[in-house]
Write a protein that binds this ligand. Structure first.
Ligand SMILES: NC(=O)c1ccc[n+]([C@@H]2O[C@H](COP(=O)([O-])OP(=O)(O)OC[C@H]3O[C@@H](n4cnc5c(N)ncnc54)[C@H](O)[C@@H]3O)[C@@H](O)[C@H]2O)c1
Length: 435
Protein backbone atom coordinates (compact mmCIF):
# COMPACT_ATOMS: atom_id res chain seq x y z
CA UNK A 1 0.00 0.00 0.00
CA UNK A 2 1.31 3.49 -0.87
CA UNK A 3 2.14 6.01 1.85
CA UNK A 4 -0.34 8.81 2.63
CA UNK A 5 0.09 12.06 0.70
CA UNK A 6 1.40 14.77 3.02
CA UNK A 7 -0.26 18.13 2.57
CA UNK A 8 -0.06 21.61 4.10
CA UNK A 9 -3.09 23.88 4.46
CA UNK A 10 -2.59 27.31 2.91
CA UNK A 11 -5.36 29.66 4.05
CA UNK A 12 -6.99 27.84 6.97
CA UNK A 13 -10.44 29.26 6.36
CA UNK A 14 -13.77 27.60 5.92
CA UNK A 15 -13.12 25.79 2.64
CA UNK A 16 -9.59 24.51 3.25
CA UNK A 17 -10.61 22.95 6.58
CA UNK A 18 -13.45 21.06 4.85
CA UNK A 19 -11.02 19.57 2.31
CA UNK A 20 -8.44 18.84 5.01
CA UNK A 21 -11.05 16.88 6.98
CA UNK A 22 -10.56 14.05 4.48
CA UNK A 23 -7.33 13.32 6.38
CA UNK A 24 -9.42 12.51 9.46
CA UNK A 25 -11.57 10.08 7.47
CA UNK A 26 -8.71 8.49 5.55
CA UNK A 27 -5.42 8.93 7.41
CA UNK A 28 -4.06 6.11 5.25
CA UNK A 29 -4.48 8.38 2.20
CA UNK A 30 -3.91 11.95 3.41
CA UNK A 31 -2.01 13.48 6.26
CA UNK A 32 -2.09 17.21 7.08
CA UNK A 33 1.38 18.16 8.27
CA UNK A 34 1.29 21.95 8.53
CA UNK A 35 -0.51 25.23 7.98
CA UNK A 36 0.16 28.69 6.56
CA UNK A 37 -2.21 31.51 7.51
CA UNK A 38 -1.65 35.04 8.83
CA UNK A 39 -4.34 34.58 11.51
CA UNK A 40 -2.94 32.90 14.60
CA UNK A 41 -6.27 31.52 15.85
CA UNK A 42 -6.80 29.80 12.48
CA UNK A 43 -3.31 28.27 12.54
CA UNK A 44 -4.00 26.99 16.05
CA UNK A 45 -7.39 25.59 15.09
CA UNK A 46 -5.81 23.65 12.21
CA UNK A 47 -3.05 22.40 14.52
CA UNK A 48 -5.57 21.27 17.14
CA UNK A 49 -7.45 19.26 14.53
CA UNK A 50 -4.49 17.76 12.68
CA UNK A 51 -1.81 17.60 15.42
CA UNK A 52 1.33 18.81 13.69
CA UNK A 53 4.33 20.40 15.44
CA UNK A 54 4.81 24.17 15.96
CA UNK A 55 7.63 24.37 13.45
CA UNK A 56 5.13 23.47 10.70
CA UNK A 57 3.12 26.67 11.24
CA UNK A 58 3.76 29.57 8.85
CA UNK A 59 2.28 33.04 8.63
CA UNK A 60 1.77 33.04 4.85
CA UNK A 61 2.02 31.04 1.65
CA UNK A 62 5.06 33.11 0.79
CA UNK A 63 6.83 32.21 4.05
CA UNK A 64 6.03 28.54 3.53
CA UNK A 65 7.39 28.66 -0.04
CA UNK A 66 10.63 30.24 1.18
CA UNK A 67 11.36 27.10 3.26
CA UNK A 68 11.56 24.78 0.25
CA UNK A 69 9.51 21.64 -0.13
CA UNK A 70 8.22 20.28 3.21
CA UNK A 71 5.37 18.08 1.94
CA UNK A 72 3.93 16.63 -1.27
CA UNK A 73 1.11 19.11 -1.75
CA UNK A 74 -0.73 22.14 -0.49
CA UNK A 75 -4.45 22.75 -0.16
CA UNK A 76 -4.85 26.40 -1.14
CA UNK A 77 -8.06 27.87 0.31
CA UNK A 78 -7.11 31.55 0.23
CA UNK A 79 -9.54 34.10 -1.22
CA UNK A 80 -10.25 34.42 -4.96
CA UNK A 81 -7.82 37.22 -5.78
CA UNK A 82 -4.97 35.56 -3.87
CA UNK A 83 -5.05 32.20 -5.63
CA UNK A 84 -2.45 32.94 -8.28
CA UNK A 85 -0.08 35.09 -6.21
CA UNK A 86 0.04 32.49 -3.42
CA UNK A 87 0.28 29.47 -5.73
CA UNK A 88 3.13 30.65 -7.98
CA UNK A 89 5.88 30.52 -5.30
CA UNK A 90 4.53 27.20 -4.02
CA UNK A 91 4.77 25.64 -7.48
CA UNK A 92 8.33 26.86 -7.72
CA UNK A 93 9.07 25.39 -4.28
CA UNK A 94 7.95 21.98 -5.54
CA UNK A 95 4.36 21.53 -4.39
CA UNK A 96 1.42 20.05 -6.25
CA UNK A 97 -1.69 22.07 -5.46
CA UNK A 98 -5.36 21.54 -4.71
CA UNK A 99 -6.59 25.04 -5.53
CA UNK A 100 -9.93 26.63 -4.79
CA UNK A 101 -12.03 28.04 -7.58
CA UNK A 102 -11.94 30.49 -9.21
CA UNK A 103 -8.34 29.65 -9.91
CA UNK A 104 -7.75 33.07 -11.48
CA UNK A 105 -9.68 36.33 -11.55
CA UNK A 106 -8.65 37.48 -15.02
CA UNK A 107 -7.40 35.98 -18.28
CA UNK A 108 -3.86 37.18 -17.79
CA UNK A 109 -3.31 35.46 -14.48
CA UNK A 110 -5.20 32.37 -15.67
CA UNK A 111 -2.55 31.86 -18.37
CA UNK A 112 0.29 32.80 -16.02
CA UNK A 113 -0.68 30.02 -13.63
CA UNK A 114 -1.19 27.53 -16.44
CA UNK A 115 2.28 28.29 -17.84
CA UNK A 116 3.89 28.03 -14.40
CA UNK A 117 2.31 24.61 -13.78
CA UNK A 118 3.72 23.44 -17.12
CA UNK A 119 7.14 24.96 -16.48
CA UNK A 120 7.56 23.34 -13.05
CA UNK A 121 5.71 20.14 -14.08
CA UNK A 122 3.31 20.33 -11.14
CA UNK A 123 -0.22 19.03 -10.80
CA UNK A 124 -2.86 21.63 -10.01
CA UNK A 125 -6.41 20.42 -9.43
CA UNK A 126 -9.19 22.98 -9.21
CA UNK A 127 -11.96 22.60 -6.64
CA UNK A 128 -14.79 22.23 -9.12
CA UNK A 129 -16.54 20.14 -6.53
CA UNK A 130 -19.79 19.70 -8.47
CA UNK A 131 -18.05 17.43 -10.98
CA UNK A 132 -17.60 15.01 -8.09
CA UNK A 133 -21.18 15.11 -6.89
CA UNK A 134 -22.58 11.70 -7.88
CA UNK A 135 -25.49 13.58 -9.49
CA UNK A 136 -23.23 15.19 -12.09
CA UNK A 137 -20.62 12.44 -12.44
CA UNK A 138 -23.33 9.87 -13.20
CA UNK A 139 -24.90 12.16 -15.78
CA UNK A 140 -21.47 12.68 -17.36
CA UNK A 141 -20.94 8.91 -17.52
CA UNK A 142 -24.31 8.42 -19.25
CA UNK A 143 -23.38 11.03 -21.84
CA UNK A 144 -20.05 9.30 -22.40
CA UNK A 145 -21.97 6.01 -22.79
CA UNK A 146 -23.93 7.76 -25.57
CA UNK A 147 -27.26 7.10 -23.83
CA UNK A 148 -28.96 10.23 -25.25
CA UNK A 149 -27.10 10.59 -28.55
CA UNK A 150 -25.49 13.86 -29.60
CA UNK A 151 -26.27 16.80 -27.35
CA UNK A 152 -28.50 19.44 -28.96
CA UNK A 153 -29.00 21.64 -25.92
CA UNK A 154 -28.04 21.89 -22.25
CA UNK A 155 -30.17 23.94 -19.84
CA UNK A 156 -28.76 24.73 -16.42
CA UNK A 157 -30.38 26.77 -13.69
CA UNK A 158 -29.01 27.89 -10.41
CA UNK A 159 -31.30 29.44 -7.81
CA UNK A 160 -29.40 31.14 -5.00
CA UNK A 161 -31.78 31.61 -2.10
CA UNK A 162 -32.26 34.96 -0.35
CA UNK A 163 -30.14 34.24 2.73
CA UNK A 164 -27.32 32.70 0.70
CA UNK A 165 -27.42 35.69 -1.65
CA UNK A 166 -27.32 38.10 1.30
CA UNK A 167 -24.51 36.48 3.23
CA UNK A 168 -22.23 35.84 0.26
CA UNK A 169 -23.14 38.17 -2.59
CA UNK A 170 -24.65 41.28 -1.00
CA UNK A 171 -23.14 42.07 2.38
CA UNK A 172 -20.65 39.22 2.10
CA UNK A 173 -17.16 38.73 0.70
CA UNK A 174 -18.34 38.46 -2.91
CA UNK A 175 -20.70 41.45 -2.99
CA UNK A 176 -18.23 43.96 -4.34
CA UNK A 177 -16.24 43.17 -7.46
CA UNK A 178 -13.33 45.42 -6.63
CA UNK A 179 -12.93 43.93 -3.19
CA UNK A 180 -12.97 40.26 -4.17
CA UNK A 181 -11.82 40.53 -7.79
CA UNK A 182 -14.64 38.39 -9.15
CA UNK A 183 -18.04 38.89 -10.73
CA UNK A 184 -21.06 37.00 -9.41
CA UNK A 185 -20.90 34.71 -12.44
CA UNK A 186 -17.32 33.79 -11.66
CA UNK A 187 -17.74 33.51 -7.90
CA UNK A 188 -20.95 31.48 -7.99
CA UNK A 189 -21.35 29.97 -11.43
CA UNK A 190 -17.84 29.07 -12.58
CA UNK A 191 -18.99 25.63 -11.37
CA UNK A 192 -21.98 25.68 -13.70
CA UNK A 193 -20.05 26.91 -16.71
CA UNK A 194 -17.46 24.24 -15.97
CA UNK A 195 -20.22 21.61 -15.84
CA UNK A 196 -21.60 22.84 -19.17
CA UNK A 197 -18.29 22.60 -21.06
CA UNK A 198 -17.39 19.33 -19.32
CA UNK A 199 -20.67 17.68 -20.33
CA UNK A 200 -20.13 18.85 -23.91
CA UNK A 201 -16.98 16.69 -23.88
CA UNK A 202 -14.60 18.10 -26.47
CA UNK A 203 -17.08 20.27 -28.35
CA UNK A 204 -15.89 23.81 -27.81
CA UNK A 205 -17.97 26.93 -27.17
CA UNK A 206 -17.91 29.34 -30.11
CA UNK A 207 -20.11 32.34 -29.21
CA UNK A 208 -21.54 33.65 -25.94
CA UNK A 209 -24.03 36.34 -24.98
CA UNK A 210 -25.27 37.29 -21.57
CA UNK A 211 -27.61 39.63 -19.72
CA UNK A 212 -27.91 40.39 -16.06
CA UNK A 213 -28.31 43.20 -13.58
CA UNK A 214 -28.61 44.13 -9.97
CA UNK A 215 -32.40 44.00 -10.07
CA UNK A 216 -33.09 44.14 -6.35
CA UNK A 217 -30.24 45.68 -4.38
CA UNK A 218 -29.09 48.64 -6.40
CA UNK A 219 -28.92 51.65 -4.05
CA UNK A 220 -31.63 53.37 -6.10
CA UNK A 221 -34.05 50.66 -4.91
CA UNK A 222 -33.47 51.40 -1.23
CA UNK A 223 -36.91 51.53 0.44
CA UNK A 224 -37.96 54.63 2.28
CA UNK A 225 -37.13 54.40 5.96
CA UNK A 226 -34.30 51.90 5.50
CA UNK A 227 -31.20 52.86 7.48
CA UNK A 228 -27.54 51.93 7.31
CA UNK A 229 -27.53 49.10 9.86
CA UNK A 230 -30.58 46.89 10.37
CA UNK A 231 -30.35 46.77 14.14
CA UNK A 232 -29.38 50.41 14.63
CA UNK A 233 -31.23 52.94 12.50
CA UNK A 234 -33.76 51.12 10.29
CA UNK A 235 -37.43 52.06 10.42
CA UNK A 236 -38.56 49.12 8.29
CA UNK A 237 -36.60 46.34 9.99
CA UNK A 238 -39.76 44.53 11.10
CA UNK A 239 -41.09 44.08 7.57
CA UNK A 240 -37.73 43.67 5.78
CA UNK A 241 -37.00 40.14 4.51
CA UNK A 242 -33.28 40.93 4.56
CA UNK A 243 -33.07 42.23 8.13
CA UNK A 244 -29.83 41.01 9.74
CA UNK A 245 -31.83 40.22 12.86
CA UNK A 246 -34.13 37.88 10.95
CA UNK A 247 -31.29 36.37 8.91
CA UNK A 248 -28.69 35.79 11.63
CA UNK A 249 -30.12 36.28 15.12
CA UNK A 250 -33.42 34.49 14.57
CA UNK A 251 -31.37 31.77 12.77
CA UNK A 252 -28.17 31.77 14.85
CA UNK A 253 -26.53 28.79 13.15
CA UNK A 254 -27.21 29.86 9.61
CA UNK A 255 -24.00 30.57 7.65
CA UNK A 256 -22.23 30.97 10.98
CA UNK A 257 -18.82 30.38 9.36
CA UNK A 258 -19.33 33.55 7.33
CA UNK A 259 -21.33 35.70 9.72
CA UNK A 260 -19.32 35.20 12.89
CA UNK A 261 -15.83 34.49 11.53
CA UNK A 262 -14.33 37.83 12.55
CA UNK A 263 -15.90 37.56 15.99
CA UNK A 264 -14.41 34.08 16.29
CA UNK A 265 -10.97 35.24 15.12
CA UNK A 266 -11.03 37.98 17.77
CA UNK A 267 -11.41 35.29 20.45
CA UNK A 268 -14.73 36.69 21.73
CA UNK A 269 -17.19 34.00 22.87
CA UNK A 270 -20.08 33.49 20.44
CA UNK A 271 -22.82 34.54 22.87
CA UNK A 272 -26.04 36.08 21.63
CA UNK A 273 -25.06 39.38 23.28
CA UNK A 274 -21.74 39.47 21.41
CA UNK A 275 -23.47 38.57 18.15
CA UNK A 276 -26.00 41.39 18.52
CA UNK A 277 -23.24 43.85 19.46
CA UNK A 278 -21.23 42.77 16.44
CA UNK A 279 -24.16 43.23 14.02
CA UNK A 280 -24.82 46.65 15.52
CA UNK A 281 -21.20 47.81 15.16
CA UNK A 282 -18.55 46.44 12.82
CA UNK A 283 -19.97 43.20 11.38
CA UNK A 284 -20.30 43.56 7.58
CA UNK A 285 -23.49 41.46 7.69
CA UNK A 286 -25.20 44.00 9.95
CA UNK A 287 -25.27 46.54 7.09
CA UNK A 288 -28.38 47.39 5.10
CA UNK A 289 -28.50 45.30 1.90
CA UNK A 290 -29.24 48.51 -0.06
CA UNK A 291 -26.36 50.40 1.52
CA UNK A 292 -23.30 48.15 1.53
CA UNK A 293 -21.31 49.00 -1.58
CA UNK A 294 -22.87 46.12 -3.47
CA UNK A 295 -21.78 46.03 -7.12
CA UNK A 296 -22.38 42.51 -8.45
CA UNK A 297 -25.47 41.35 -10.35
CA UNK A 298 -28.22 39.44 -8.55
CA UNK A 299 -29.30 37.51 -11.63
CA UNK A 300 -27.67 36.64 -14.93
CA UNK A 301 -28.47 34.57 -18.00
CA UNK A 302 -25.83 33.13 -20.33
CA UNK A 303 -26.43 31.73 -23.80
CA UNK A 304 -23.69 29.73 -25.51
CA UNK A 305 -23.38 28.39 -29.04
CA UNK A 306 -20.95 25.53 -29.50
CA UNK A 307 -18.83 24.85 -32.60
CA UNK A 308 -21.16 22.05 -33.80
CA UNK A 309 -24.23 24.33 -33.54
CA UNK A 310 -25.51 22.92 -30.25
CA UNK A 311 -26.46 25.42 -27.54
CA UNK A 312 -26.42 25.81 -23.79
CA UNK A 313 -28.01 28.18 -21.29
CA UNK A 314 -27.39 29.02 -17.69
CA UNK A 315 -29.92 31.02 -15.68
CA UNK A 316 -28.65 32.16 -12.31
CA UNK A 317 -31.26 33.87 -10.15
CA UNK A 318 -30.38 35.19 -6.73
CA UNK A 319 -32.98 35.86 -4.07
CA UNK A 320 -35.16 32.80 -4.62
CA UNK A 321 -37.10 31.33 -1.74
CA UNK A 322 -35.57 27.87 -2.32
CA UNK A 323 -31.97 27.06 -3.22
CA UNK A 324 -31.34 24.55 -6.00
CA UNK A 325 -29.66 23.63 -9.24
CA UNK A 326 -31.44 21.89 -12.11
CA UNK A 327 -30.27 20.39 -15.37
CA UNK A 328 -31.99 19.35 -18.60
CA UNK A 329 -29.92 17.95 -21.46
CA UNK A 330 -31.59 17.11 -24.72
CA UNK A 331 -29.84 14.76 -27.11
CA UNK A 332 -30.77 13.33 -30.49
CA UNK A 333 -32.06 10.04 -29.02
CA UNK A 334 -33.08 11.00 -25.49
CA UNK A 335 -32.77 13.41 -22.61
CA UNK A 336 -31.63 13.70 -19.03
CA UNK A 337 -33.44 15.91 -16.54
CA UNK A 338 -32.63 16.32 -12.88
CA UNK A 339 -32.74 18.35 -9.68
CA UNK A 340 -29.56 18.40 -7.64
CA UNK A 341 -31.31 19.18 -4.35
CA UNK A 342 -33.49 16.09 -4.72
CA UNK A 343 -30.49 14.06 -5.84
CA UNK A 344 -32.68 12.61 -8.55
CA UNK A 345 -32.65 12.56 -12.31
CA UNK A 346 -34.52 10.82 -15.11
CA UNK A 347 -33.28 9.45 -18.40
CA UNK A 348 -35.83 9.46 -21.21
CA UNK A 349 -35.32 7.76 -24.53
CA UNK A 350 -37.32 8.14 -27.71
CA UNK A 351 -39.40 4.99 -28.18
CA UNK A 352 -40.87 4.91 -31.68
CA UNK A 353 -42.80 1.65 -31.26
CA UNK A 354 -46.56 1.73 -31.90
CA UNK A 355 -48.34 2.81 -28.71
CA UNK A 356 -45.16 4.25 -27.18
CA UNK A 357 -43.58 7.70 -27.15
CA UNK A 358 -40.58 7.45 -24.85
CA UNK A 359 -39.21 5.30 -22.07
CA UNK A 360 -38.32 6.83 -18.73
CA UNK A 361 -36.09 5.61 -15.95
CA UNK A 362 -35.70 7.51 -12.67
CA UNK A 363 -32.46 7.38 -10.66
CA UNK A 364 -32.17 8.42 -7.01
CA UNK A 365 -28.67 8.77 -5.71
CA UNK A 366 -27.45 7.71 -2.37
CA UNK A 367 -25.47 10.79 -1.38
CA UNK A 368 -24.00 11.11 2.05
CA UNK A 369 -24.46 14.51 3.61
CA UNK A 370 -26.37 17.35 2.09
CA UNK A 371 -27.29 16.82 -1.53
CA UNK A 372 -28.39 20.36 -2.24
CA UNK A 373 -25.04 21.87 -1.38
CA UNK A 374 -26.77 24.45 0.80
CA UNK A 375 -24.73 23.40 3.81
CA UNK A 376 -21.52 23.17 1.94
CA UNK A 377 -21.00 19.59 0.77
CA UNK A 378 -21.96 20.32 -2.85
CA UNK A 379 -24.00 17.22 -3.46
CA UNK A 380 -21.36 15.05 -1.81
CA UNK A 381 -18.65 16.49 -4.09
CA UNK A 382 -16.32 18.11 -1.54
CA UNK A 383 -14.53 15.10 -0.10
CA UNK A 384 -14.80 13.01 -3.28
CA UNK A 385 -12.76 15.73 -4.94
CA UNK A 386 -10.04 15.48 -2.29
CA UNK A 387 -10.02 11.69 -2.62
CA UNK A 388 -9.52 12.06 -6.37
CA UNK A 389 -6.68 14.58 -5.93
CA UNK A 390 -4.90 12.28 -3.50
CA UNK A 391 -5.37 9.27 -5.79
CA UNK A 392 -4.01 11.24 -8.72
CA UNK A 393 -0.87 12.22 -6.78
CA UNK A 394 -0.49 8.58 -5.73
CA UNK A 395 -0.21 7.62 -9.39
CA UNK A 396 -3.74 6.45 -10.10
CA UNK A 397 -5.46 7.13 -13.43
CA UNK A 398 -7.43 10.42 -13.45
CA UNK A 399 -11.17 9.91 -12.93
CA UNK A 400 -13.89 11.16 -15.27
CA UNK A 401 -14.28 14.15 -12.93
CA UNK A 402 -10.62 15.09 -12.43
CA UNK A 403 -10.30 18.86 -12.83
CA UNK A 404 -6.74 19.60 -13.77
CA UNK A 405 -5.91 23.21 -14.57
CA UNK A 406 -5.98 22.32 -18.30
CA UNK A 407 -9.54 20.98 -17.92
CA UNK A 408 -10.65 24.06 -16.04
CA UNK A 409 -9.46 26.74 -18.44
CA UNK A 410 -12.36 26.46 -20.87
CA UNK A 411 -15.02 27.04 -18.19
CA UNK A 412 -13.19 30.03 -16.69
CA UNK A 413 -12.53 31.46 -20.15
CA UNK A 414 -16.24 31.19 -20.93
CA UNK A 415 -17.09 33.07 -17.73
CA UNK A 416 -14.70 35.91 -18.61
CA UNK A 417 -16.23 36.13 -22.08
CA UNK A 418 -19.83 35.92 -20.79
CA UNK A 419 -19.18 38.84 -18.47
CA UNK A 420 -17.59 40.76 -21.31
CA UNK A 421 -20.74 40.08 -23.35
CA UNK A 422 -22.99 41.25 -20.49
CA UNK A 423 -21.07 44.43 -19.80
CA UNK A 424 -20.72 45.42 -23.49
CA UNK A 425 -24.11 44.03 -24.57
CA UNK A 426 -22.44 42.04 -27.33
CA UNK A 427 -22.18 38.54 -28.69
CA UNK A 428 -18.57 37.55 -28.01
CA UNK A 429 -16.69 35.07 -30.14
CA UNK A 430 -14.65 32.54 -28.22
CA UNK A 431 -11.22 32.24 -29.69
CA UNK A 432 -10.40 28.64 -28.88
CA UNK A 433 -7.12 28.35 -30.70
CA UNK A 434 -5.09 28.51 -27.48
CA UNK A 435 -7.27 26.12 -25.52
N1 LIG B 1 -15.51 25.11 -4.24
C1 LIG B 1 -16.57 25.75 -3.78
O1 LIG B 1 -17.69 25.38 -4.05
C2 LIG B 1 -16.40 26.96 -2.92
C3 LIG B 1 -17.42 27.35 -2.02
C4 LIG B 1 -17.21 28.50 -1.25
C5 LIG B 1 -16.04 29.23 -1.38
N2 LIG B 1 -15.08 28.82 -2.28
C6 LIG B 1 -13.82 29.55 -2.46
O2 LIG B 1 -12.95 29.17 -1.42
C7 LIG B 1 -12.00 30.21 -1.17
C8 LIG B 1 -11.87 30.43 0.31
O3 LIG B 1 -13.10 30.85 0.86
P1 LIG B 1 -13.28 30.85 2.45
O4 LIG B 1 -14.63 31.36 2.73
O5 LIG B 1 -12.86 29.53 3.01
O6 LIG B 1 -12.20 31.97 2.82
P2 LIG B 1 -11.66 32.39 4.23
O7 LIG B 1 -11.56 33.88 4.22
O8 LIG B 1 -12.43 31.74 5.34
O9 LIG B 1 -10.19 31.78 4.25
C9 LIG B 1 -9.10 32.33 3.59
C10 LIG B 1 -7.91 32.21 4.51
O10 LIG B 1 -6.73 32.62 3.80
C11 LIG B 1 -5.88 33.25 4.74
N3 LIG B 1 -4.84 33.99 4.03
C12 LIG B 1 -4.86 35.28 3.58
N4 LIG B 1 -3.69 35.58 2.99
C13 LIG B 1 -2.91 34.47 3.03
C14 LIG B 1 -1.59 34.17 2.59
N5 LIG B 1 -0.85 35.08 1.94
N6 LIG B 1 -1.10 32.94 2.83
C15 LIG B 1 -1.84 32.01 3.48
N7 LIG B 1 -3.09 32.25 3.93
C16 LIG B 1 -3.63 33.47 3.70
C17 LIG B 1 -6.85 34.09 5.54
O11 LIG B 1 -6.29 34.54 6.77
C18 LIG B 1 -7.99 33.14 5.74
O12 LIG B 1 -7.87 32.38 6.91
C19 LIG B 1 -12.51 31.42 -1.95
O13 LIG B 1 -11.73 31.60 -3.11
C20 LIG B 1 -13.93 31.05 -2.35
O14 LIG B 1 -14.35 31.63 -3.55
C21 LIG B 1 -15.25 27.71 -3.02
Amino acid sequence: MSKPIKAIIVGAGHRALIYASYALERPDKLQIVGVADPIESRRKKAQEIHKFPDHMMFTSAEELASKGKLADAVINGTMDNQHVETTLPLLEAGYDVLLEKPFAVNEEEMWELYEAAKKYKRTICICHVLRFAPFYSEIKQRILNNEIGDIINIQLTEHVNYHHLAVSYITGKWGNEEECGTTMLMAKCCHDMDIMVWLMNHTRPKYVSSFGSDFQFDESKKPQGAGTRCMVDCEIEEECLYSAKKLYIDHPDRWSFYVWDELEDSGAPLTIENKIKSLKTDNRHGRCVWDCNHTVVDHQSVLVEFEDGSTGTLNMIGGSSKEDRTIHIIGTTGEIEGVLGESKYVVRKIDPRPGHEYSEEEYTLDVDGDASGVNGTHGGGDLRLVADFVDLLSGETPSVSTTSIEDSIMGHHLVFKADEARVNRQVVEIDTKDL
